[in-house]
Ligand binder design. Structure first.
Ligand code: ZN
Length: 342
């Protein structure tokens, strides 16, 4: 009995619902928490929020909840359906722990959404033990809920990012309000129509307030921003800039390695990660190889130095000094006679 009141307390079910029993299955590592409505409670129609106390019938339902230690946890209950006097339809009552038609509690869905901001859908599937259909339905539910609640006035800084189904596969496009740190829009894919769709949805008046857009250097993005909010400043994500520089460096290394290979000099073989890593993260062995490479006149080393010099740009706190530094770096890079396109 004490367990029941404990769960009653931590589940926050509201006044109309109570926990009546707990069932723990050791074999399947599952806990089922049975909930029941308190007799005499009034219910809200989930469609129009009209109050009603006349129950039409009950349906057994189950919601996946957050795990308790390594146990999967479910809320189970005979949930009343009411005939709404306003809508005239028989529907399940509004329940405080989930959304209509969802088979997961709000807490479980929030947990999945947090995971999705940190990892790919594939990884979320593994960590949470759910499949991508589930992930997708949770995302869609969150979008619907977000659409109903969000206040889009006064948004000045937005960020555009993607969720990937698997590493390297683009799946959803998310637009964030960077100052309030919340998702304000979700596009179902990432095509050149995606961002214009968001801009159309925002409308002219709201778009005029947007001052900063943070995104990657994808042409269709830049094109859409230039067309819809030409006055906004575009900020490229540090991560994307670094990626471009690393890719250029890797092209130089491969090109040079091919050339050396022709003369049977295996100097740059298996050195890819030595150049891509930050010097402070090299293993002892990699450090030794790197010291050895320094003794040679390599184009890759010059490109590597440019990459390392670029890192300081993130440390500036004044725009003027950063610009001056960048211009110097740019001059050096463009006069280095290193071809990064090979
Ligand atoms: Zn109704």
């Amino acid at each position: 009995m004490r367990d029941i009141s404990f769960f009653q307390r931590i589940l926050h079910l509201g006044d109309s619902w109570k926990v009546t029993s707990l069932d723990c299955d050791e074999e399947t590592k599952t806990i089922r928490i049975r909930v029941e409505f308190v007799r005499g409670s009034k219910f809200l129609c989930q469609n129009c929020s009209q109050l009603s106390s006349s129950v039409y019938d009950h349906r057994e339902r189950e919601w996946r909840h957050l795990n308790i230690f390594e146990y999967r946890c479910y809320l189970v209950g005979d949930i009343p359906r009411i005939e709404c006097s306003r809508c005239g339809i028989v529907r399940q009552v509004k329940i405080p722990w989930s959304e209509p038609y969802m088979r997961y509690t709000q807490s479980f869905m929030d947990y999945i959404l947090v995971l999705l901001t940190k990892m790919s859908i594939k990884e979320v599937e593994e960590v949470a033990g759910i499949n991508w259909k589930t992930v997708e339905s949770i995302l869609e539910c969150a979008v619907k809920r977000g659409l109903g609640r969000r206040d889009l006035s006064g948004i000045t800084h937005i960020g555009v990012d993607e969720i990937s189904r698997r590493r390297g596969h683009k799946y959803f496009t998310l637009v964030y309000d960077l100052l309030k740190e919340r998702v304000i829009w979700v596009g179902k894919d990432r095509t050149k129509e995606t961002l214009p769709e968001f801009f159309d949805f925002m409308g002219k008046e709201r778009l005029e307030r947007i001052k900063i857009v943070c995104c990657d250097m994808w042409d269709p993005y830049l094109h859409a921003i230039g067309k819809y909010i030409p006055k906004a400043t575009v900020v490229f994500d540090k991560f994307h800039v670094r990626k471009l520089i690393n890719e250029a460096l890797d092209r130089v290394r491969r090109q040079e390695q091919r050339k050396l290979q022709e003369d049977n000099i295996p100097l740059l073989k298996k050195t890819r990660y030595i150049f891509l890593k930050n010097p402070e993260n090299l293993t002892e062995r990699q450090e030794m190889t790197f010291d050895e490479l320094q003794k040679h006149q390599l184009k890759t080393l010059r490109a590597y130095n440019l990459k390392e010099l670029f890192r300081y740009i993130w440390d500036f706190t004044s725009v003027e000094s950063a610009r001056e530094y960048f211009n110097k770096w740019f001059w050096k890079a463009t006069h280095s006679r290193i071809d990064t396109h090979g």
